[in-house]
Design a binder for this molecule. Structure first.
Ligand SMILES: O=C(O)c1cc(=O)[nH]c(=O)n1[C@@H]1O[C@H](COP(=O)(O)O)[C@@H](O)[C@H]1O
Length: 273
């Protein structure tokens, strides 16, 4: 099953548009997992098991592993997801962008080494830097469009022929790059008006929407702006607000994460129509 079909099925199966972000910050781990060589794997497995029936996707962020030389733990987590929850899309958040030959190696890393269903990429270097990912026709290529951070406006809002650059990116991906129907876009929940603009440009293309939870994006505005006619179309990501739901949590950290994930999933569903 390709990425888009898997995502469509996960939206229905778990009645959820919630993407659970796996951004494991060891400094925020509960005491019993601090300093353990396999602490990241144990932390993430517990979060995954506690939220797998509430999520439409899981999104590990590679920097949290690479910074510690813990890529082996990312491999173990990806293997666990593929084996135990093969019906839930695995989105590797790497935001790659480089010339074609190097991009091909990044694609191998995401799709062959980690077995990701989709990867986030940066469009700044143009089509030949994104095309290598598309050789894996059953995988998703999620292109940064209007990112959730304030500094995203520095470039993405520049006027190009009377339109902000992010709208050009949305149009380019929807009309030219998406030859195999495998593309999605990143649009931050912190900018609901722009989210609505992107939705109007790209039709039913899936959107990865980070920015609720720790970044303060409004769930009602996000869902109203980004949903498709069928009330789906988004992977609305929350990472820290779920992972560290209860700062003083001990061994019950995963139960706290589940509580917040369920509340978030249900809050999203209230506005899906
Ligand atoms: O591509 C992303 O996932 C992403 C794009 C974006 O515009 N903003 C954004 O926050 N992200 C990622 O989404 C996650 C947000 O985490 P929280 O703010 O803790 O929910 C982090 O892993 C970010 O790297």
């Amino acid at each position: 099953m390709n990425f888009i079909d898997k995502l469509n099925a996960a939206w229905v199966r778990n009645d959820s548009l919630l993407c659970v972000g796996l951004d494991p910050d060891t400094a925020r781990f509960p005491a019993h997992l601090q300093g353990r060589p396999d602490g990241i794997v144990e932390f993430c497995k517990a979060i995954i098991d506690a939220t797998a029936d509430l999520a439409c996707a899981f999104k590990p962020q590679i920097a949290y592993f690479a910074a510690l030389g813990a890529e082996d733990q990312l491999e173990a987590i990806c293997r666990y997801l593929r084996d135990k929850y093969p019906h839930i899309p695995l989105v590797l958040d790497a935001k790659r962008g480089d010339i074609g030959a190097t991009a091909h190696q990044y694609a191998r890393e995401a799709f062959d080494r980690y077995g990701a269903d989709a990867v986030t990429v940066n469009p700044y270097m143009g089509f030949d830097s994104v095309e290598p990912y598309m050789e894996w026709k059953d995988r998703g290529v999620i292109v940064l469009c209007r990112t959730s951070n304030a500094g995203g406006s520095d470039l993405q809002f520049l006027d190009v022929d009377g339109q902000p650059l992010y709208q050009h990116v949305a149009r380019l991906v929807a009309e030219k790059w998406n030859k195999n129907g495998q593309c999605a876009l990143v649009v931050g929940a912190t900018f609901p008006e722009e989210l609505a603009q992107v939705r109007a440009i790209v039709g039913d293309m899936p959107l990865l929407v980070p920015g609720i939870g720790a970044q303060g994006g409004d769930i009602e505005a996000t869902v109203n702006s980004g949903r498709t006619a069928s009330g789906t179309g988004m992977m609305i990501n929350s990472s820290r607000a779920i992972l560290y739901a209860q700062p003083q949590a001990g061994e019950d950290f995963a139960a706290a994460a589940r509580r917040v994930a369920r509340e978030t999933r249900d809050a999203i569903n209230r506005y899906r129509g």
